[in-house]
Design a binder for this molecule. Structure first.
Ligand code: ADP
Length: 430
């Protein structure tokens, strides 16, 4: 049994014994009753003191003076409260330190609860998003940053890539949102000001577009003079004619390069159309195969198209023609004599795939991840022979991105390659 209780019971036993002795000597119960009443009043008084102290704590810091069990009780309670107070102080300090280190960060930090409502944020985030402590806590982030892309991004719940959006406080400023899930489904958002990077990227795109555009006129003049020279120089001057033919071929390559660069910068710089049209894929591919017929016959190749006649893809016909045209032309250009080229549509519950498979030379595995980069060429000598611009697959990738689709490439050297355009179900109209 607890030592305090034993002490108290012993004291009560002594008092009762003395009261009992007095009652026996006086032959009356009064001494006993008086002692019991006194004991009860004493305990009640201690209870009142305890209650008053607890109500005034921590203003009245020291516990009331008392002896015996009540004294022990007061002291134990006092020790417990002090311990709790210390722990609270330490926790408060930790929170203050975390808050001050958060506000010292130059990047914005925002914490959202599991319902995507604002819980806490630092000074930089308040500035970037224009948040006010009093009114915005508990608001949905999408109510304050009114950009449809943010809602879609949060809903998709895939934060492997950051999201870049104009800041709600000023359209000139660009913010990058990197989101991590933590705890019980809460969100930690890191906001980075990427205005400068964005501006540089825009400058790069504008520069490429402008240079390509500016090169068009001199090239047209140059080609015009080449044609005039070709017609005016006597046929006997074979060396000059060879030089002219070479210059014409190179100026044509330059023309294709400019065409592809302009197409790429248009794909990068313009929003996808709001009004996608159904594009008949079988007809489109037949047309594209027709433009390659001469080359295919010359190389004794065989193109097989296996596309349902009623298949429609929602999108931009010109862009899809560029993408599919590039894939088909590559298969023809890079495959040798007698190669077999198959274009096949495969559908399943989740979407559909347009597969361009050839029995050409194939591509070594280590080149595959970089193949859609601009001007990336696994084999430079082969490109000079085929006259490619090095931009074909970059165009394919961009067009597919604009159609919510993606490009999968697989290849076995010596056996052939497969370029697969994977479309989501919402993009298909069969
Ligand atoms: P380009 O064909 O103009 O060089 P692309 O971006 O279309 O540029 O292709 C990049 C490279 O990928 C090509 O240089 C070629 O080496 C390789 N490639 C593309 N398609 C095929 C294919 N079907 N078979 C083999 N190699 C290919």
């Amino acid at each position: 049994m607890n030592f305090t209780i034993v002490k108290e019971l012993r004291r009560l036993a002594w008092v009762l014994l003395l009261a009992g002795l007095a009652a026996w000597l006086l032959r009356s119960l009064w001494p006993l009753l008086v002692v019991l009443a006194g004991y009860t009043v004493f305990n009640l008084l201690q209870l009142v003191r305890l209650n008053r102290w607890l109500l005034q704590y921590p203003a009245d810091w020291e516990p009331p003076e008392s002896k015996g069990a009540w004294g022990d009780l007061f002291n134990n309670l006092y020790r417990l409260l002090r311990k709790e107070n210390l722990a609270r102080d330490e926790l408060g300090q930790l929170i203050r330190r975390t808050e001050s280190s958060m506000s010292a960060l130059r990047d914005g930090v925002v914490v959202l609860d599991r319902r995507q409502q604002l819980e806490t944020w630092n000074q930089a985030a308040a500035q970037a998003l224009g948040l006010r402590v009093a009114s915005d806590r508990g608001q949905a982030l999408t109510n304050l940053v009114r950009h449809p892309a943010l809602g879609e991004y949060l809903q998709a719940d895939d934060f492997s890539q950051p999201l870049c959006l104009p800041a709600p406080t000023g359209k000139e400023r660009m913010l990058e949102y990197s989101i991590t899930r933590f705890g019980a489904g809460e969100y930690l958002i890191l906001l980075r000001d990427v205005t400068r990077l964005h501006r540089l990227e825009q400058m790069r795109k504008d520069f490429v577009a402008n240079v390509s555009h500016e090169l068009k006129t001199p090239l047209t003049v140059f080609k015009g003079y080449l044609e005039t020279l070709h017609d005016s120089i006597p046929a006997g001057q074979t060396a000059v004619h060879r030089a002219l033919a070479h210059m014409t071929a190179q100026s044509e390559r330059m023309e294709w390069l400019i065409r592809d660069l302009l197409l790429l910068s248009r794909l990068e710089n313009t929003e996808t159309g709001n009004d996608p049209q159904p594009v008949a894929v079988a007809g489109l591919l037949q047309g594209l195969a027709g433009t390659l017929e001469l080359l295919v016959q010359g190389k004794q190749q065989h193109i097989e198209l296996d596309i349902p006649p009623d298949l429609r893809l929602l999108g931009d016909e010109g862009e899809l023609a560029s993408a599919f045209g590039n894939l088909l032309a590559n298969a023809v250009h890079y495959s040798g004599q007698g190669a077999r080229i198959e274009v096949q549509w495969q559908a399943d519950g989740e979407g559909g795939r347009l597969v361009f498979a050839d029995s050409g030379p194939g591509i070594a595995a280590h080149h595959l991840p970089r193949l859609t980069e601009r001007f990336y060429r696994p084999d430079a000598s082969r490109v000079t022979a085929t006259g490619g611009t090095g931009l074909g697959l970059a165009i394919v990738k961009h067009v597919l991105l604009r159609h919510n689709a993606q490009l999968d490439i697989s290849s076995t050297p010596g056996q052939g390659s497969r370029f697969v355009c994977c479309f989501e179900a919402q993009q298909i109209q069969a």
